[in-house]
Write a protein that binds this ligand. Structure first.
Ligand code: PHE
Length: 454
């Protein structure tokens, strides 16, 4: 063992780190477009229910496992159930972190590139679809652009590695204490700008008045899958961050803060985006292109719009960075705890390997442009495996493990010691043993049916 395990030095440090993990592309890029595609407010109602009955208990579960064992996900399951195959659940988590980060970094790289696109200026009449295509490397007549997206992916991975190599306190905690407040301030500036635009009311109406006729089975699946991804659940990131918690930390309260911040920021991001999109008469249901094509077109029309565009892509990049570090930390913590690697070696080498694994995603719009798995491109394929399979399976097995093997009662007792303002009551056992597994099994089955039959 190399030295003693690091611990967060303040409660705020942990909350910001875990909230930083949670708040990411999932909140600012994915949540608004999934909401847009699913008809607005009705989706949000279902999403909030999923957060409360699935997200919060899972958050508590993972934090508890980490705090109890003081280990990375593989070590955590080994410590709780020695000489059983349960450690494989932790291993799946480490693998998932690896996969998600590889493509997450590619999208985050586009966001970094857009910071500079904004500085160069978003002007009315520009072809924003074309701007996006050139950023991601699509051939628009001048030959495919292979290098640019890979470089931005590399820059983003380098930033992630730089923070993780610094350690838990001097790397992660130090940076989230700077980046998370900046993120909040940027978001508030953008919300004020959006809701004060003439014509923003239509966007607010779309966002706030539920249209339940747009709700289908798919809406429920999307809401549950989104709650896992956005809260960083099902792959051990929260177990890992929880493993740096000291004895006196209160799980119920910390979990409440993290879930509250993540949900609040996603909803606020919607307030920054929909009013502006509607004010300019654009469509909210554009899907993944909402952020990179629709929004720049919005910024182009605003006074000082390029400046607001710059703030927005800075915000998106910061959100992505504080999530990416938690993904890399899962892999690094495993190598440091279980394989006795030094943190520096683990961060740099794994950062490099993950960068390489992400290259096919980065080349998915030129070299691998013909790739198709059930009609999905490379990015969507990786994302599908993570969201439709790995996270739900990891979450399901973790819930079953804590609910039935460790026993929900014992986890509950441990989580209540020391007691906080939010006590973990007997509802916890009901949710983690029955409700959460049932919901995940439904998502898994219908998600698979939908993909293969639909
Ligand atoms: N929660 C992050 C987001 O919303 C993504 C993430 C998933 C991070 C899993 C860590 C683990 O963007």
């Amino acid at each position: 063992m190399i030295g003693e395990r690091e611990h967060w030095t303040t409660r705020v440090g942990f909350i910001l780190a875990a909230a930083g993990s949670a708040v990411g592309l999932g909140n600012i890029w994915r949540f608004p477009y999934v909401t847009g595609v699913n008809g607005g407010a009705a989706f949000i109602v279902i999403y909030l229910i999923a957060i409360i009955i699935i997200g919060y208990p899972m958050m508590v579960t993972e934090m508890t496992l980490g705090k109890k064992t003081q280990k990375n996900p593989v070590g955590a399951f080994k410590a709780m159930a020695p000489n059983t195959p349960w450690w494989l659940v932790g291993a799946l988590g480490v693998f998932t972190g690896f996969v998600i980060l590889s493509y997450y970094s590619v999208v985050a790289g586009w966001s970094l590139a857009y910071i500079f696109r904004a500085i160069a200026g978003f002007a009315p009449g520009m072809d924003f679809a074309e701007l996006f295509y050139t950023t991601i490397g699509v051939d628009i007549g001048e030959g495919p652009n292979i290098i640019t997206p890979i470089i931005w992916h590399l820059v983003f991975m380098a930033l992630t590695v730089g923070i993780i190599a610094g350690g838990v306190v001097r790397g992660i905690q130090r940076w989230v204490k700077i980046l998370m407040p900046v993120l909040l301030i940027l978001l508030l500036i953008l919300v004020v700008r959006a809701v004060t635009l003439p014509g923003s009311g239509a966007g607010l109406a779309f966002y706030l008045s539920p249209d339940f006729s747009a709700v289908t089975g798919q809406t429920f699946l999307d809401a549950i899958a989104q709650s896992f991804f956005t809260l960083s659940l099902g792959m051990g990131a929260i177990i890992t961050y929880g493993s740096y918690l000291g004895k006196d930390s209160t799980i119920g309260d910390n979990g409440g803060w993290v879930v509250g911040l993540d949900t609040g920021i996603a909803i606020i991001a919607g307030f920054a985006i929909f009013p502006a999109v509607f004010a300019l008469g654009l469509e909210p249901g554009a899907g993944p292109g909402l952020t990179f094509i629709t929004l720049p077109a919005v910024f182009a029309e605003l006074p000082a719009g390029s400046f607001f565009g710059f703030l927005f892509f800075l915000l998106l990049s910061i959100a992505a960075l504080t999530s990416a570090i938690s993904l890399l930390e899962v892999v690094v913590a495993w190598l440091v705890d279980e394989k006795n690697w030094t943190r520096a070696k683990a961060s740099v080498l794994m950062g490099l390997v993950i960068f390489l694994v992400g290259i096919p995603t980065s080349l998915g719009y030129n070299v691998f442009g013909d790739f198709s798995f059930l009609g999905m491109d490379v990015l969507d394929t990786y994302d599908w495996f993570a969201n439709a399979l790995f996270l739900p399976i990891g979450g399901l097995l973790t819930a079953i493990f804590v609910g039935y093997v460790w026993q929900a009662k014992r986890a509950q007792e441990f989580a209540n010691d020391p007691p906080g303002k939010i006590p973990i009551g007997d509802w916890y056992g009901v949710l983690i043993r029955y409700v959460v597994p049932a919901a995940i099994i439904i998502v898994l089955i219908f998600g698979l049916i939908d993909t293969f039959a639909g």
